[in-house]
Design a binder for this molecule. Structure first.
Ligand SMILES: [Zn+2]
Length: 80
């Protein structure tokens, strides 16, 4: 009876170890993807410009970054 219990505990310990491994792996993957995303952002040209209200004018359409810009703070629009 005791032996059986010990065996069960060993099995659970092994499962916990596996989970820990998965967690480490996931965290590693997450960090990796976040780094990749940051790099992508760096490669994108910055089309935003300061607004008179102190906010930032950003392109309304990513595909046409130089067409219409709008302010994220005061909602002012500007056609280029
Ligand atoms: Zn503004």
């Amino acid at each position: 009876m005791f032996f059986k219990k010990a065996k069960r505990i060993k099995k659970l310990e092994a499962q916990v170890a596996d989970l820990k491994l998965d967690q480490d792996y996931l965290l590693h993957e997450l960090n990796f993807h976040m780094e990749v995303e940051d790099e992508d952002k760096d490669n994108e040209p910055d089309h935003s410009e300061p607004c008179h209200c102190g906010g930032t004018m950003t392109p309304m359409y990513d595909e046409h970054p130089n067409w219409i810009k709008f302010c994220t703070t005061c909602d002012e629009r500007k056609e280029m």
